[in-house]
Design a protein around this ligand. Structure first.
Ligand SMILES: *Cc1c(COP(=O)(O)O)cnc(C)c1O
Length: 432
């Protein structure tokens, strides 16, 4: 049977798909990529054009598309078992994956609750923390702290934590209270930390935990803070004995050059949220890791058990792929490979800073970002103009407002990375 034409697919997409974060007018007018296949760093459009996926499909394809070992692990698992519900049943891959995670996670995180994506991983962390305190002597502790410019996902609990007005403003009446210190002014974190410390001391009875995206706040514009900020958050939360909850959905799995961004500060959080790179973007899966202390706070019968779960918890296909991801990281020395890529990205973005119209640039690990306007989701359209110019040069980018950034697969071949950076340099230098 003849395949539908590219045009026909675009027409069906416009008629029936409701895409995320996309104004209807843009959806109806812009020509999307019609991706027919992908391999390594590349996406192949139905029209024959090849694009480098320079932001790894919303940061998820840490090992590139269709890594052969991951595809094989997926196919092999599908031949045996695709899914069995988690209550009262287990299977090889969930047990072995949980063990492997306990070995690679920051110290003390020995217990994993599996869920479906980054947002659910955050929801679970919220519920674990609140329920823990409720049944372990601090029943009023159900208020969370989240930072200015935070993003933790789009479900209502995660959206409550988020500080991105465009995402959460419309839902404000549905969201719970969050304590939020003011964002840093000109990267000066000392007033933020001082305000936070005062709040933590004053509100010891009601603060259940502090959420942080360690080192990089991705969605709000690739904003970065030094490891010392994270170390301070750990010190303060420990002093009042409340939880530090690291949302490493984006930063985990080597994106910043270490396995966990928390490693840069030698920090072990009490709860850790995983998503995106967890299956190297092959299947939707998330996880929340917890310390033994937290897990033990749920002993004592039905009424004290964790009251949360999802149909696909510990999905067999996802677990098989996630295990293989950890093996590939080890066998292909993925983390060691970040350094040479980070160096190229850092050098390129440092040079972009002198291009007229570029306000500032920054980089960490395989992330490089350039602000063409003040960070924020809306922006002037300049970010999108640069993305369109990049597309014409075979590079697929999505800006965050006026912040244009790269976050390629961690194993992107160096010559391809060099091409991307050269193309981006050209696009940034085009008259705005
Ligand atoms: C993407 C992201 C989430 C949400 O993950 P989804 O899989 O999109 O639900 C949460 N936190 C951070 C830091 C993220 O980058």
């Amino acid at each position: 049977m003849a395949r539908p034409t590219r045009e026909h697919l675009v027409a069906l997409e416009r008629a029936h798909v409701w895409p995320p974060y996309t104004p209807s007018e843009r959806h109806e007018q812009e020509d999307p990529l019609v991706v027919d296949a992908a391999e390594g760093p590349y996406l192949f459009d139905r029209d024959g054009t090849r694009y480098v996926d320079a932001t790894s499909s919303w940061w998820s394809q840490t090992l590139g598309h269709r890594h052969p070992r991951l595809v094989r692990a997926l196919a092999a698992q599908a031949e045996r078992l695709t899914h069995v519900a988690a209550g009262g049943a287990t299977h090889e891959n969930v047990a072995l994956l949980a063990e492997a995670l306990a070995q690679v996670a920051p110290a003390g995180l020995v217990r994993t609750h599996f869920s479906d994506d980054g947002s659910t991983a955050v929801e679970v962390a919220i519920k674990i923390a609140a329920q823990y305190w409720r049944q372990n002597g601090r029943p009023r502790r159900h208020v969370f702290v989240a930072l200015g410019h935070a993003y933790h996902g789009d479900t209502l609990g995660a959206a409550s934590l988020a500080a991105i007005e465009e995402f959460s403003g419309v839902f404000a009446p549905l969201l719970f209270e969050v304590v939020r210190p003011p964002p840093p002014d000109a990267d000066d974190w000392s007033p933020v930390l001082a305000a936070l410390e005062a709040t933590l001391r004053a509100r010891q009875d009601d603060i259940a935990g502090v959420f942080v995206e360690p080192l990089v706040q991705g969605a709000s514009g690739m904003r970065m803070h030094p490891p010392a900020v994270l170390a301070e958050l750990r010190r303060m939360t420990r002093e009042v004995d409340t939880f530090l909850i690291a949302d490493e959905v984006f930063t985990g799995y080597g994106r910043t050059g270490r396995m966990w961004a928390s490693d840069h500060a030698n920090v072990a959080p009490d709860l850790l949220c995983l998503g995106k790179g967890f299956t190297a973007g092959i299947l939707p899966m998330g996880a929340t890791m917890a310390s033994a202390r937290i897990y033990d706070g749920f002993r004592g019968g039905v009424a004290r058990a964790l009251l949360h779960g999802h149909t696909f918890s510990g999905h067999a296909l996802g677990c098989a792929v996630a295990r293989e991801v950890l093996s590939v990281y080890e066998d292909e020395r993925i983390l060691e490979g970040v350094a040479p890529r980070a160096e190229r990205i850092a050098r390129a973005f440092a040079s972009f800073a002198s291009i007229p119209g570029v306000l500032r640039t920054r980089s960490l690990g395989t992330i490089g970002a350039a602000d063409l306007g003040e960070p924020g989701y809306g922006g002037s359209g300049r970010g999108w103009a640069v993305a369109r110019a990049a597309r014409a040069r075979g590079v697929h980018l999505r800006p965050l407002g006026d912040t244009i950034y790269v976050a390629p697969p961690l194993n992107v071949p160096l010559p391809i990375l060099d091409e991307v950076l050269a193309a981006l340099g050209e696009c940034l230098a085009l008259p705005g």
